[in-house]
Design a protein around this ligand. Sequence first.
Ligand SMILES: Nc1ncnc2c1ncn2[C@@H]1O[C@H](COP(=O)(O)OP(=O)(O)OP(=O)(O)O)[C@@H](O)[C@H]1O
Length: 486
Amino acid sequence: MANITQIRDFTQECADNLSKVIGLDVTVIDENNIRISGTGFHRELIGKPVPAGSFFETILKTGRPGMIFDRRENGEKCRQCLFNKQCTELATMGFPITKRNKPVGVIGFIGFTSGQREMIEKHARSLTKFLQHMSTLFENKLLLRDLNEEENCQVHEQVTVSPKRYIFDDIVGENEGFQRLIQKARKIADSPSTVLLRGESGTGKELIARAIHFEGKRRKQPFISVNCSAIPDSLLESELFGYEGGAFTGAKRQGCPGKFELADGGTIFLDEVGDLPLAMQPKLLRVLQERCIERVGGKNLTPLNIRIIAATNKDLEAMVKNGSFREDLYYRLNVIPLTCLPLKERRGDIPALLTHFIKKYGNILNKNMPEMSSRLLHALGNHDWPGNIRQLENVVEYMINMNDTGILDIPDLPDYMGGASLKPDRTGNKDPALGLTEMTANFERSTLLKYLYSDNGTIDKAAAAKKLKISLATLYRKLEKHGIEL
Ligand SMILES: Nc1ncnc2c1ncn2[C@@H]1O[C@H](COP(=O)(O)OP(=O)(O)OP(=O)(O)O)[C@@H](O)[C@H]1O
């Protein structure tokens, strides 16, 4: 269950803005008497406890708002405070922040000058009302967080409000095409425009969607991920758009917000958007066009401020042609198309990805970082990777679990990798239907890959050319012919 400390970025942002507009200092404390936000003098005290016996502590204990117009005259309210003698505040007012009727913090205004003291006295009523509204806003924020966490654990695991924060620096890959993609993604992180991520499964689409969100202006707001293909058609509409109380049998009495509402202010990631049933497509189109939603069983439109990032591995253009995907929706989604390259087109990134995953799973599984034999590196560099980076990651996780020699090698590979076919000197001639030309090309490709890696696993083109008795220029030509990017 969320506590006020978890929304301290938000409370600080509110405190800063309020202070700027109203001209008083603002502070917020949590249920343990720790100052979590503050402006002016109190900014320096964030993270520290407020003095024992303070006026704010009393508000927290009693759950009742209070004010001191002039500390010099109403001194009795501060008598218990340990800081009483040194305190330079002239006037103050505080309002409890409650969650389900229980005080969980206090928000208050403070005046240090006589001008500020007069302001508090003169506008006491409206300032109290204002603090009350702020307190309600914080409570709503906490309740929404709880709801998100609750939803996260519910039946539809595919719909997540995930805390996984990725930034572009977490994304591994030096391949030129991949770097171009990252540059474009960085450029549009702050923009509100819709993004359509394309690419095979496991190529990093969600990772990039998260990095766009967490490096953009919306980073402090929710990132809601929805896998459109995993939610039964009958539930999809209420999951996405929410429902009003009594909208259908079994509906919660108070209704329920949908994922679009939960993403308000932030980003919704619609994964597998190509699997959205035709009947749902006009509803998504409406959100894209009008930026508002209507709950199931509702009569009102709710305006939303959301960024939409969609992803698919489907051939949407072919789907538009055969009528299974609406053309108008396709164009609305395809504003900023970004394509993630399959691993086979960026094999040069395999060593760096392997190192990255070895480090990751070495840490997770609490094992010393194992090394990798160069023949395993050759073999993995040469594999087809139909499951792309996700498959590569799974293979590393499996091997680290199984290995106890400290050096990962071919025998550590999972059986489903087809052990023998991964031997480093494989020719790739598994398919009996291949003709001599393809067999020769496959052999040439795997030989190039085999020789490119030096014994310590690094790539050495000059040494490879020398061993293969070809010039460096010929080596480059062949690498290009086989689409090997290093
Ligand atoms: N460039 C990368 N650097 C580090 N890890 C990566 C990279 N690309 C993908 N991964 C990892 O690979 C896994 C799959 O990535 P992700 O879920 O983003 O792929 P996807 O294209 O969205 O897959 P799907 O289409 O199946 O949903 C994740 O664990 C992710 O962390």
